[in-house]
Design a protein around this ligand. Sequence first.
Ligand SMILES: Cc1ncc(COP(=O)(O)O)c(C=O)c1O
Length: 376
Amino acid sequence: MNKKNFIPVCEPLYLGNEERYALDAIRSQWISSAGGYIEKFEDQFSSYCGVEYGITTTSGTTALHLALKSLGVKGGDEIIIPDFTMIAVLFAVLYCGAKPVFVDVEPDTWNIDVKKIEKKITSKTKVILPVHIYGHPVDMEPIMKLAGKYNLYIIEDAAEAHGAEYVGKKCGSIGHINCFSFYANKIITTGEGGMVVTSDPEFADKCRYYKNLCFSLHGKRDYMHDDLGYNYRMTNVQAALGLAQLENIDKFVERRRNNARVYNKLLRDIPGIQLPVEKEYAKNVYWMYGIVIDPEEFGRTRDELMTNLKEKGVGTRRFFNPMHKQKVLKKLGIKDEESYPVTEWLSQNGFYLPSASGLEYEETEYICNAIRKFYI
Ligand SMILES: Cc1ncc(COP(=O)(O)O)c(C=O)c1O
């Protein structure tokens, strides 16, 4: 147990130049969205991913919105997303007036079930938007094949998967245009922030255009605007923090993977707990270490275990609720009465344990012992 007698689910970790670069940005007076750190962070993060261009944004949510806008997504288009995901994915689709089409997820990776996508494709489908949940890469090859067969775009949501790899390729380098979040719990953070990455110069320019209120990219500033734009600009101070974090990304990824090794070792033999996997095609970065409780086998429910851990000073978070059940859809007149049994099961029985890059061995041991003692 740590000094504060509470182990949070996640907190940021600074290993290098965070304070120095942020202070430098502040002292330089370049505190808005111009300034050297923005370009450096965009260049270095996109090269880290193996992609040509990076466009910083205010969040992962706005990165998704920009990516969809840059592909020309509009009302009437259908966007295929996993039913088990973070709400920002659904919202970004709704911001465009497009229709979300849900697909259930795989029971082991918790990612979109690639075998179930094709039957959801219609003449209105424009984009498939796979999400690398909790740091495990989606099986991208079959999805890219569908994109070729049906002439669709792919947007990877790699918000939770910095540094994760699919068959040796970084997540965020496979789809046509891909998104990251740098929220404080992410593997590298800028506090709030995000980035779109792509190797397509036209999509990159569209993102730059929309994110800056549709000011003309190359022409003169005459304060005439041809399109509806947004202010999704990251600040130079945030980018300074991001650049410093990026310098140590391999260490952060290794620490997350090490957390998982320890959890796997200490939890493996407790009945009724499903642990995260790492498929042969994947390098999982275990952004969050999720587990799923089978109440019959474990003898207690997920919620009972979470409450017990809380009493013992351990922070946890339950898994996402299914997208198709979000009340906002009803208000918008969108109905979906299909069933998504895997998502339902995960949402009822899954939660994640403390997963910060700074988590210590003794803390993990304490958490696993607490779980073991609660098992009946
Ligand atoms: C998969 C996924 N997509 C998008 C987002 C949205 O990112 P942000 O919180 O930076 O808007 C998150 C946030 O945690 C996420 O987990």
